[in-house]
Design a protein around this ligand. Structure first.
Ligand SMILES: Nc1nc2c(c(=O)[nH]1)N[C@H]1C(S)=C(S)[C@@H](COP(=O)(O)O)O[C@H]1N2
Ligand SMILES: [Mo]
Length: 221
């Protein structure tokens, strides 16, 4: 199923549900977990499928990354821009672990994914955004995928730059060496293969948002 068709099907599903009392979701905005339950509600009491593996979702070929050549560039409206080698990034920021659920808007998800990485919030403290900075944009090595967050979203406790999954380096197709994780939002908000984080004074529309996904990463229309 293509994404468009899926979203259409999801829309029809919600219209159907509205007949049985779910009107509020159809018209009042739909949360991630609501959509999730509607999409796979028949699969389990909590709405999650017992999937063992991620479905790899990439609009671009997997970039080949030599870790020695990798740089993380943080720039734009900041007082202290940085350009870090991978190890410098790890030395500069405190390593954290997080276990969280992952969900794609297409209707699949994985429970209790264990990520290791650093908090984006700590990086933000390091680079010191200028008063004019309101958003951050993430750029992917593949060259086509971008995503963005408000500064507030970027500073939430659970927003990570992750480099390990289940204690192992990210597999190449899952964003090696660095990806963004925002557990409360749909997967599309988290760019894989991130190499640049730019601070801006407006929100840039991400890859899927140009096709109609909501920029808040939580509601669907
Ligand atoms: N660079 C890049 N990042 C991306 C994507 C992509 O196509 N390219 N897909 C997004 C979507 S829609 C999802 S659901 C997740 C999928 O992550 P996975 O491939 O590890 O399952 O990555 C997100 N980040
Ligand atoms: Mo997705």
């Amino acid at each position: 199923m293509t994404r468009r068709r899926f979203l259409k099907a999801l829309g029809l599903g919600m219209a159907g549900l509205s007949l049985s009392g779910y009107m509020v979701y159809v018209f009042g905005g739909t949360s991630v977990s609501d959509v999730w339950k509607m999409a796979v509600g028949s699969k389990g009491s909590d709405g999650f499928r017992a999937l063992e593996n991620f479905r790899i979702n990439s609009v671009e070929p997997t970039p080949e990354v030599k870790i020695g050549d990798y740089r993380l560039q943080v720039d734009g409206l900041v007082a202290n821009p940085v350009m870090w080698a991978f190890d410098q990034m790890k030395q500069a920021l405190q390593e954290v672990e997080q276990t969280s659920n992952f969900h794609c808007v297409e209707g699949w998800g994985i429970k209790n994914v264990r990520w290791t990485g650093v908090k984006l919030r700590e990086l933000i403290q390091r680079v010191q955004p200028l008063p004019t900075a309101t958003h951050v944009t993430f750029y992917s090595l593949g060259g086509v995928y971008t995503e963005s967050l408000t500064l507030a979203e970027a500073q939430e406790d659970e927003t990570l730059l992750a480099y390990q999954i289940y204690g192992q380096d990210l597999p190449p197709q899952q964003g090696y060496p660095l990806r963004v994780i925002i557990p409360r939002m749909f997967g599309y908000k988290g760019a894989k293969w991130v190499y640049r984080i730019e601070f801006t004074d407006r929100q840039h529309m991400g890859y899927w948002e140009k096709y109609g996904y909501n920029v808040d990463g939580v509601t669907v229309r």
